[in-house]
Design a protein around this ligand. Structure first.
Ligand code: HSE
Length: 437
């Protein structure tokens, strides 16, 4: 059968991996797709390097627009990244009637609504399995496997760099800075690791999953985003004493008042499987009303894991491209005219339990003052530990775990606690999720 022709924009590491996986597994992939899938054109600024990778199998150009406009090309893979030229090229490819496969989470989280509207109008597919959690087929699971369910919430470890850092801090007692330097040396973190460590990369991925879980537009700007750069070894080890691990989670939940969309360090009971996901591995826990909890685990980054997702999308598009657009799986899992604009809850309106750490003077009545303020704000305490003050000091740490409470109430209580003369500095607060049901 006639091969389907693919144009690849950007042949960096993932692009090269896609080329390798397609070639290596060509026979199996053809048996699955029903026809051969061939990358016949590649655009990259470094044409010499690109040519070296593809040999005589594809033509190489420095002009990506040339591929986007090529009438011989059926599918365009965008692996350039970012939302400048990548956005322009994806929209141009759609305009020229090409199906698009992309790994670009930032582009979709920020401009997905515009891109999907354009694709809907032209009747083309935009596939994005590789944009979230690398090789884990979580988009497939959410869009298709769980389609019978009303999805209630999902929580994911969706940034490998930060999970590696947190694992090293806990295992080896390293500081954040040392663990980050190690991640950089091993090539896990980006050269500018801000997107990883400040939770932005995870928020991009969470925004995409939230849209397809609940049938809502992409609303990255409304996500609450906190990273791990302020976490200390002490908090990780106190959490452990209390039976918890700290993970950077992306959490989205449907509540009667709106949708929670938040990325932040989170205490998770250590008995949960997701709490035991270590190193660069990713995992996403999804709760559907019919199926209950399901957990997806695997490599969230890396050359061949990401290529695995890109090629899976190529096979999907190849199988479906001759079908009527209305018979395909909708881009965001729900029919385009059935998306609902549920409000995203401001973080103050989100209800969670909290871990609070305070530095206090070790004197009678100090704890009573603190618990009175918490009681004034209807905050109930679940557990508490008080550390022995270091030799010769009268200051000590108190760690409190609260029951579930509205964030704005806990913030109001913290503001009052920080005013107490017996409390030193600021109160550390980390959210806590049971993820039990
Ligand atoms: N920088 C990401 C991570 C990889 O560390 O998980 C791709 O999203």
């Amino acid at each position: 059968m006639k091969p389907i022709n693919v144009g690849l924009l950007g042949i960096g590491t993932v692009g090269g991996g896609t080329f390798t996986v397609l070639s290596r597994n060509q026979e199996e992939i053809t048996r699955r797709a029903g026809r051969p899938i061939r990358i016949t054109a590649v655009a990259d600024r470094d044409t010499a390097r690109a040519q070296q990778i593809v040999g005589d199998k594809a033509r190489v150009t420095a002009d990506a627009m040339d591929i986007v406009r090529d009438p011989e090309i059926d599918i365009v893979i965008e692996l350039i990244g970012g939302y400048g030229v990548a956005k322009e090229l994806v929209l141009a490819a759609i305009e020229h009637g090409k199906h698009v496969v992309t790994a670009n989470k930032a582009l979709l989280a920020l401009h997905g609504n515009e891109i999907f509207a354009a694709a809907q109008k032209k009747g083309v597919m935009v596939a994005f399995e590789a944009a979230v959690a690398g090789g884990i087929p979580i988009i497939k699971a959410l869009r298709e496997g769980l389609t019978a369910n009303r999805i209630e919430w999902l929580a994911g470890i969706i940034n490998g760099t930060t999970n590696y850092i947190l694992s090293e801090m806990r295992d080896k007692g390293l500081s954040f800075e040392t663990a980050l330097a190690q991640a950089q040396a091993l090539g896990y973190a980006e050269a500018d690791p801000t997107f990883d460590v400040e939770g932005v990369d995870a928020a991009h991925k969470l925004t995409i999953m939230s849209a397809i879980a609940f049938g809502i537009p992409m609303q990255f700007q409304k996500a609450h985003v906190e990273g791990i750069s302020k976490l200390t070894r002490e908090d990780i080890s106190y959490a452990e004493e209390l039976g918890y691990r700290i993970k950077l989670l992306g959490i989205t939940r449907r509540t009667p008042r709106g949708v929670e969309l938040r990325v932040h360090p989170t205490l998770v009971p250590e008995r949960r499987l997701i709490a035991n996901v270590e190193g660069v591995m990713n995992a996403v826990l999804v709760k559907g009303d019919a199926v209950g909890q399901t957990l997806y685990y695997g490599r969230g980054a890396g050359v061949e894991p990401t290529a695995s997702a890109v090629v899976a999308d190529l096979v999907d598009v190849t199988r479906m491209h001759t079908s009527d657009p209305e018979h395909r799986v909708p881009h965001l899992a729900f029919q385009a005219d059935q998306l609902v604009d549920l409000p995203i809850l401001p973080i103050g309106d989100v209800e969670t339990a909290f871990y609070l750490r305070l530095q206090v003077v070790n004197r009678a009545g100090v704890l009573a003052d603190i618990t009175r303020i918490l009681a004034d704000h209807s905050i109930s305490i679940e557990a508490m530990i008080q550390k022995e003050p270091p030799e010769g000091q009268d200051k000590t740490s108190i760690i409190l775990l609260t029951h579930r409470v509205l964030e704005r109430d806990v913030l109001a209580a913290i503001a009052r606690i920080e005013q107490l003369a017996t409390v030193d500095g600021t109160v550390t607060k980390i959210r806590m999720e049971e993820l039990g049901n």
